[in-house]
Design a protein around this ligand. Structure first.
Ligand SMILES: [Zn+2]
Length: 116
């Protein structure tokens, strides 16, 4: 993934305005998970489920999504959250991804070596 393709909060707000409301507390997605979030949101949008974001953040090395909506949309969120542990939170590589450290972070082999 190149720097140019990294998706910002404004990207998501423009692409999925129907998911945003004044109930949103926080929207924070690490760069490596932006494509994952985009894939899940695209599916929810395509299937036209009722879905409103409350909070998107990182916790204990994983993506967390709190939302209101149809049960099917929550299942897609659960899928994104469990998938985040297989994807590097910095560069979105799936190569040798582990969740570890004092502050649990999910990184690929290359990014882990950079941090050391
Ligand atoms: Zn990485």
């Amino acid at each position: 993934m190149t720097l140019d393709s990294i998706k910002s909060t404004s990207y998501f707000k423009e692409r999925y305005p129907q998911f945003f409301s004044d109930e949103l507390i926080e929207f924070y997605c690490l760069d490596g998970w932006a494509d994952l979030l985009d894939a899940g949101f695209a599916l929810i949008a395509e299937l036209d489920y009722h879905f409103k974001l409350i909070q998107v953040k990182e916790k204990l090395g994983g993506l967390r999504i709190y939302c209101k909506g149809d049960p099917e949309s929550k299942e897609i969120c659960n899928w994104m959250m469990s998938k985040s542990y297989e994807i590097c939170s910095e560069c979105s590589s799936r190569d040798g991804v582990k969740t570890e450290g004092d502050y649990l972070v999910t990184l690929c082999k290359v990014c882990r070596e950079k941090e050391e």
